[in-house]
Ligand binder design. Sequence first.
Ligand code: NAD
Length: 499
Amino acid sequence: MAREIHHFINGKAFEGSSGRWGDVFDPNTGEVQARVQFATEAEVAKAVAIAEAAQPAWAAVNPQRRARVMFKFKQLLEENMDELARMLASEHGKVVADAKGDVQRGLEVIEFACGIPHLLKGDYTEGAGPGIDVYSMRQPLGVVAGITPFNFPAMIPMWMFGVAIACGNAFILKPSEKDPSVPVRLAELMLEAGLPEGILNVVHGDKVAVDAILTHPDIKAVSFVGSSDIAQHVYSTGTAHGKRVQAMGGAKNHGIILPDADMDQVVKDLVGSAYGSAGERCMALPVAVPVGDDTAEKLIDKLMPEIEKLKPGHSTDPDAAYGPVVTAAHKAKIEQYIQMGVEEGAKLLVDGRGFELQGHEKGFFIGPSLFDRVTPQMRTYQEEIFGPVLQIVRARDLEEAARLPSEHQYGNGVAIFTRNGLAAREFAAKVNVGMVGINVPIPVPVAYHTFGGWKRSAFGDTNQHGPEGVKFFTKIKTVTQRWPTGEVADQAFVIPTMQ
Ligand code: NAD
């Protein structure tokens, strides 16, 4: 019998009764290692009711004490890092060192959340009028929810619940059904850190659970990260039900290489960012745009031997560059895109299909692929592949190169490689993309800045974590006060002004 993964509600495992389950694979072996329960609408409602009952007391805990739970949780993450990374790698497929990075980037948001007393301080104006003071405060929303993708099962839940809970909210997490164990473990560790029961609840499931969250009247805000069509559904349904929604979607990030770039460094950066984590990162760099044919030839000459050296391997193999992809279905989708690229007329320089890892022939492994002569008209360029496939689109000049990311349907991240500061500065100012790297291939902002793309990479108007996260998970209240002096002011029939 496969291990069973249950919901986590009110501080303990909760066995649902939907009778619906999802398979959780070990992508290294291709075997089903566990099955995860899918929630019914009523089970989501039960979690919300428990969260709703627990939230006022948590909001009343002073911010310094809430921060102490975060400090303790950070310590527990550090102590449990190895266990978390191994668990994560065994369900996701990324290598253990990269899984530690996944936990670490989430931990850094928890570090940010440790500063919540300072972050929640409001504004105060003394003497805004005669004897009148004005002050504002940020208050939690109540019960809020997060719906997360498979590719960062530690970092992305922490982007959301770290900030939301520190602000005094109760949280319902609906993690990806493909790798649900780490999110449950995080909730257990939060409890161990001193979080009261009912403040962080995990419900597993599919569209039924997601739609139950989007339509539940007592959930005040929903933060989502996943693919764009689902992000759009989440945004439109959630907002139609009166909620605040931020919904991050897919990506197709470009790396523009100017002729003066340090080509040896560019090649290292491209290989890491295109193939690391088997390309299953929303900030991967799957499109290289060399400017000029000479640059393209130089790039390919240096790239080919590096790609040939790349060895996919078991998640626990410290020498593996990257592990298997998450499911057999995802592997098949990536291979279909490679075939489509060939049929569209792109030049397949390295073909990763048919790769088998000895001893793990049923694992979801796929070798690195490289395409040259990809054009903007091709579907394989326009759509997100989310696999270890690097596409080269040649551009004549910087203007043509810069148009590519700016006009693409996605606008998550972009990078430019050059020694020309002025060109980089102008590019960063003008490009129609949310996050820019200058000689930095994966420009994921640090935790105290904010993360978010543009266009179909994000629906809504606030970014994840950092000050924008605090803004998203709180509402502002402004108080105008006057204390009686004994003098009676005249009644006023016109609106008071500062004239
Ligand atoms: P996904 O859209 O399939 O799933 C995301 C979440 O939505 C999961 O919890 C899933 O259970 C749920 N879901 C799936 N189908 C649904 C449906 N029909 N109705 C309602 N809910 C549904 O995404 P994924 O495959 O888990 O993750 C990969 C995607 O996430 C990629 O497109 C990647 O670019 C994107 N991503 C974006 C960011 C970002 O910040 N922009 C970060 C990480 C990943």
